[in-house]
Write a protein that binds this ligand. Structure first.
Ligand SMILES: [Mg+2]
Length: 134
């Protein structure tokens, strides 16, 4: 068996947020929690990362200039379909409890909403629900 298969592979998470402080803190938090994070400042940047490597999960902000979170979710779904890849679980990370947005994301298959500011232990539970134990 190859070395990689013997060792536990860290789950790769792509987090998209236009706020630099959120990117910094979520990157540190995910790393400390045992994941391998990549942070992107915009939807287009996230899509470039997605084309370069496999991610186990995508976390996206909703309110971002240019491409918003709903467009990111749709683009990630479209990408997986076009590439005939299994769909990537997605989590919304937002400061706003916006019902229409929530309904739209649910229609696109997103089940997890995390509100900023979040408690680390709550966020870990959401991550484990989506990715299994670390
Ligand atoms: Mg934002």
């Amino acid at each position: 068996m190859a070395e990689e298969q013997v060792h536990h592979r860290k789950k790769k998470i792509l987090a998209v947020d236009d706020d630099g402080l959120v990117r910094k803190s979520i990157g540190i938090f995910l790393k400390d929690a045992g994941y391998e994070p990549t942070v992107a400042a915009s939807g287009p940047e996230a899509l470039r990362f997605l084309a370069e490597r496999h991610y186990d999960l995508v976390i996206t902000d909703i309110r971002m200039p240019g491409m918003d979170g709903l467009q990111v979710i749709q683009a990630v779904r479209d990408y997986c379909q076009q590439m005939k890849k299994p769909s990537i679980p997605m989590i919304v990370l937002t400061a706003y409890n916006d019902e229409p947005v929530r309904l739209s994301t649910e229609k696109m298959g997103v089940r997890e909403f995390v509100f900023k500011p979040f408690k680390l232990e709550d966020f870990v539970k959401v991550l484990e629900r989506q990715l299994g134990p670390r």
